[in-house]
Design a protein around this ligand. Structure first.
Ligand code: SAT
Ligand code: MN
Length: 604
């Protein structure tokens, strides 16, 4: 039974059904009974394995196909009418050609299968930030993940009413063929087509496909921003909470930072960190001239390996119930799960992510490096009381960061909002297992949006600058690098909870600092000494002792190394930035060219 009379919704479902030809159609109402029945069916078919009901109540394990373990950027397309609008950093296909080509693959692909119709909301239902979508899928795994990651069911259709403002998502597992795998976005049609994959980032269409690629396009015309950012609140001893949004590429520790546990001395003083989101932020200018952010998701799709009691106890607590694990190892002795660095005692009697009998002494990993947990946000012990706030939280700071063994110091502050856009635009990071392809190669990843911007990246930079110009009280912009290594290749900064020491400096800087009148000029001004920063060629760096590093076991000499800005290395960096900028031709905002020239001049 259809759950709505909305004519455009019904037409979308009808057209899809004609194409994929399912045996039957099931509307997902969001009720517990239906979801439990689907989980039971998936357990019977082997799609899910039910885990130990006492130790991990409501939890399941899923293994993807061996060729289907990460996002596939080379098979991801932006299908807008004019190729130029996709820009130099996206793959492009003509929409007509894409509908025809991928339509052939979808044709009759649901034969013998059920078509699930999943109405979902990105953002709290009824929030002015929120947007509706409908995902059609033939996978129960997708339905159950969408239930955790978004708000689903009839309430979404009720809120949508007769409106045509919803994103149309169509997904089919088909044959899981790599050669015929396509993740296509039609921003001008509010449409996403994903075929031949069953992996999260390719098939949970509310996530990267909608909440970043389509939403970034919507935000450009509607005056808001969709960003690959975590959102966290730092509560200080006086009880005041300040919010930070931070962009890092996939698998660079966004979930860990978002759920940070303060070091003991900070906790004792009364510091606390609240998680609003770990991956995506939708950001709008508020009436007071500040930026406000919501997390459009309702759960966490986090990387499992490396998650442990030290790196992220809050994530561990979040995955103890009602969680779906993907591609981790299964401990057969107690029917629980395990992944690398969870602890030092891998199970003796286990099955690895490929489904084979596994012994840690083989040297092979038990869990795939991009194995994941899908956990409800409500499970997180530090979930922010503002998580459901339909108006979002006001941002004091925006942080960009990458994984770089050298070059980028532990932290620096942009000289103005305009300079901050430059700092985000030239971000670079080493690639990770979150996407198919080589790992550990440094690439430019502007604002961590390289794989997620649904339109021309030059226009995206322009949009950032425009948003900034309209703000009376813009957030300050920073860059961090937790991943700098010494000559022996060891990380120099301890990371995890100790990162609060850096966030604390960032927030102190947000209290002093520039005024709105100075914004947009792109020129540095001497930064007030009482706020603890020194003016350098690349931006403001913490002055000696401004960050309490000793408490983290980092001595003065090491801190000096962590904050070192090597002019020769940066002159090389500036060359690389120039080459990168050349790719955008005349769609690169002139302000960013000016920023590069000013950086070069400061470097000498
Ligand atoms: O695979 S996802 O795109 O969902 C997660 C990520 O890569 O950031
Ligand atoms: Mn991500």
């Amino acid at each position: 039974m259809p759950l709505t009379n909305n004519k455009q919704v019904l037409k979308f479902i009808d057209d899809a059904a004609k194409l994929v030809a399912p045996d039957r159609t099931v509307w997902i109402d969001g009720g517990r009974e239906q979801l439990d029945a689907l989980a039971a069916e998936a357990v019977r078919s082997g799609e899910l394995i039910k885990l130990n009901g006492e130790l991990l109540p409501g939890c399941y394990l899923h293994r993807t196909a061996l060729n289907d373990v990460a996002r596939v950027e080379h098979r991801t397309f932006i299908c807008c009418r004019d190729e130029k609008d996709a820009g130099p950093t996206n793959n492009w296909m003509d929409p007509k050609a894409a509908y025809a080509k991928v339509g052939e693959i979808f044709k009759n692909s649901y034969n013998g299968r059920t078509m699930y119709v999943v109405p979902f909301s990105m953002g709290p239902v009824g929030s002015p930030f929120s947007k509706a979508g409908i995902e059609i899928t033939d996978s129960i795994y997708v339905v159950l993940n969408m239930h955790i990651m978004t708000r689903i069911g009839k309430k979404v259709l009720d809120a949508l009413g007769d409106s045509n403002d919803f994103v149309r998502g169509l997904h089919a597992r088909a044959e899981l063929s790599e050669e015929k795998r396509y993740i296509c976005h039609f921003p001008e049609d509010n449409t996403i087509w994903s075929v031949n994959s069953g992996y999260g980032g390719n098939v949970l269409l509310g996530k990267k496909c909608f909440a970043l690629r389509i939403a970034s396009y919507q935000g450009k015309s509607e005056g808001w921003m969709a960003e690959h950012m975590l959102i966290l609140g730092v509560q200080r001893p006086d009880g005041d909470v300040k919010y930070i949004a931070a962009a890092f590429p996939s698998a660079c520790g966004k979930t860990n930072l978002a759920m940070l546990v303060p070091p003991k001395e900070y906790a004792d003083k009364g510091y606390k960190v609240w998680c609003v989101g770990d991956d995506i932020a939708w950001i709008r200018p508020g009436k007071d001239g500040r930026l406000y952010a919501i997390n459009p998701e309702n759960g966490f799709f986090g990387v499992a390996p490396g998650t442990n009691a030290k790196s992220n106890p809050n994530a561990l607590a979040s995955v103890r119930k009602n969680t779906i694990f993907t591609n981790v190892a299964q401990n057969l002795d107690d029917n629980t799960v395990w992944w690398e660095k969870l602890d030092n005692s891998p199970p003796k009697n286990a099955i690895d992510w490929t489904g084979a009998k596994w012994d840690a002494s083989s040297g092979k990993p038990g869990a795939h490096p991009n194995s994941r947990f899908t956990a409800p946000a409500a499970n997180c012990p530090c979930i922010s009381p503002e998580f459901e706030n339909p108006q979002g939280v006001p941002l004091s700071a925006v942080v960009f960061g990458g994984r770089r063994a050298s070059t980028a110091p532990l932290v620096y502050e942009a000289r103005s909002f305009r300079h901050g856009v430059f700092v985000g635009a030239v971000m670079a990071s080493e690639t990770t297992a979150a996407a198919a392809g080589q790992v550990g190669v440094v690439r430019r990843d502007p604002m961590a949006m390289l794989p997620f911007c649904g339109y021309h990246m030059g226009d995206y930079f322009r949009h950032w600058l425009n948003i900034g110009k309209g703000l009376k009280n813009p957030p300050k912009i920073f860059n961090v690098n937790w991943f700098r290594t010494d000559a022996a290749g060891n990380f120099m900064w301890p990371g995890y909870g100790e990162n609060l020491r850096v966030l604390e400096w960032i927030l102190r800087r947000c209290e002093g600092g520039t005024t709105a009148a100075e914004e947009g000029k792109g020129v540095g001004k001497p930064c007030p000494a009482e706020t603890g920063a020194v003016d350098t060629a690349i931006g403001y760096l913490p002055e000696d002792g401004a960050i309490d590093a000793a408490g983290a076991g980092v001595g003065a000499a090491q801190m000096k190394e962590l904050l070192n800005v090597d002019a020769a290395v940066w002159r090389e960096e500036a060359k690389g930035i120039g080459e990168f900028f050349n790719r955008f031709g005349n769609r690169l905002p002139k302000e960013l060219k000016e920023e590069l020239e000013e950086l070069k001049a400061r470097l000498g």
